[in-house]
Design a protein around this ligand. Structure first.
Ligand code: RB5
Length: 152
């Protein structure tokens, strides 16, 4: 899979570790920045870039890291066609795929340890969306998104 990753300064170290892990797992990684943690970076600038790659189909999935993961998840969810889940445990990561078909994962570099983060990434990448009632619910979100875009 091609995976777009991004972080601000607070998520930089975790992003670098996740890049290594994704490469070990055989994925292609597109790094949208930040490229250093030496100066402060604004998470919307980096998050929109990576989420945009997922929305356009240039990347299959996205993984975004900021201090808490909150800023990145809010940012990514403003991009049409992106469904971002902030996950701090493996169970939520799996269900964010099975129930919610999340195509972007947000992580907190200051709140989640590196070992757990790798476990979350593994669970998230290894799970696929369920159909049935979950698909019906996801369609309601997509319908709302389309109506809202038309101003209805
Ligand atoms: C940066 O200090 C911090 O606000 C940011 O990384 C993130 O946690 C925002 O949600």
């Amino acid at each position: 899979m091609k995976i777009a990753v991004a972080s601000d300064h607070a998520g930089f170290a975790m992003k670098e570790d996740i890049k290594n892990y994704l490469s070990e797992l055989g994925h292609d990684v597109e790094d949208c920045g930040a490229y250093s943690d030496e100066k402060s970076a604004d998470y919307p600038d980096l998050g929109i870039r990576a989420a945009g790659m997922v929305a356009s189909g240039e990347a299959d999935r996205g993984i975004l890291v900021c201090g808490t993961g909150v800023g990145m998840s809010i940012t990514a969810n403003k991009v049409k066609g992106v469904y971002a889940a902030l996950c701090a445990d493996e169970f939520t990561a799996r269900l964010s795929r099975e129930h919610n078909a999340a195509n972007v994962l947000a992580l907190g570099g200051r709140t989640t340890g590196p070992g757990l983060a790798r476990g979350i990434v593994k669970a998230w990448l290894g799970s696929e969306p369920d159909g049935g009632r979950h698909l019906v619910r996801r369609q309601k979100i997509a319908d709302y998104e389309s109506r809202a875009q038309k101003g209805g």
